[in-house]
Design a protein around this ligand. Structure first.
Ligand code: CTP
Ligand code: MG
Length: 218
């Protein structure tokens, strides 16, 4: 049961933490690297447990059983689907969170959950984009330049009305986040304020930054 402010009458909130990636860009499964006294993924699972009635952790198949999680798939979307299959049917709101984001906090969960309680099919934390973003083709030629003011970088945790997330995944679609599948399904996805500290560990530099942050050096 979520504590304090995170308790929502009439809602049963579950979180799927996806930790089954291989970390190609990092050079190994970054979710198992230490950050302070525990692994990167342990931080993500701990906050998910505080914010939810229940948590499903999706892991590489070789360690899933011994870690008490479920085995993931070849892509992030497949891993989410394996996790969803283990979420009880009575869940009314399902959050999806990257194990590679050790700095999400209760407020980050509360903002996305609140937006779904208020009627959105999905809610994602978003931060304004500082750089100009180009759309390019396979040859590297620029196709267009979207107006920066309309662009957002989005994070996890993302929250969804449970039946909408299940429906969005029913067609086995692929996306770099879950909101993309809900959008394709015609669902209403809203953005809430993101959190610059809630950075995803993608490269070695990100881990160095995260460790320094955790030690209070930055
Ligand atoms: N993930 C997963 N199953 C996959 C791929 C990704 O559970 N088949 C998880 C990762 O473990 C991570 C989150 O999804 O917590 C975000 O993915 P990403 O940062 O892309 O991690 P990786 O896919 O592991 O890294 P890369 O893309 O560099 O290979
Ligand atoms: Mg990936």
């Amino acid at each position: 049961m979520p504590t304090g402010e995170l308790r929502r009458p009439g809602e049963v909130i579950w979180t799927v933490v996806v930790a089954a990636g291989s970390g190609t860009r990092f050079g190994g499964p970054k979710q198992f690297e230490m950050m302070g006294d525990r692994r990167v993924m342990d931080w993500a699972v701990a906050i998910a447990r505080e914010a939810s009635d229940g948590v499903v952790v999706v892991l590489p198949p070789d360690v899933a059983e011994k870690e008490g999680g479920v085995a993931g798939g070849a892509t992030r979307s497949e891993s989410v689907r394996k996790g969803l299959a283990a979420v009880p049917k009575n869940a009314t709101i399902i959050c999806v969170h990257d194990a590679a984001r050790p700095f999400a906090n209760e407020d980050d969960f509360a903002r996305v959950i609140e937006a779904v309680v208020d009627g959105a099919d999905g809610a994602v934390p978003a931060i304004p984009v500082a750089d100009t973003i180009k759309v390019v083709d396979d040859t590297g030629q620029v196709v267009r330049t979207p107006a920066r003011g309309s662009l957002r970088a989005v994070q996890t945790p993302q929250a969804f009305r449970a039946e909408m997330l299940r429906r969005a995944h029913a067609s086995n679609g692929e996306g770099t986040d879950d909101a993309a599948l809900v959008e394709t399904e015609g669902g209403k996805v809203v953005v809430v304020d993101g959190d610059v500290l809630n950075r995803k560990i993608t490269t070695r530099d990100d881990l160095e930054w995260a460790r320094a942050q955790q030690r209070g050096e930055q």
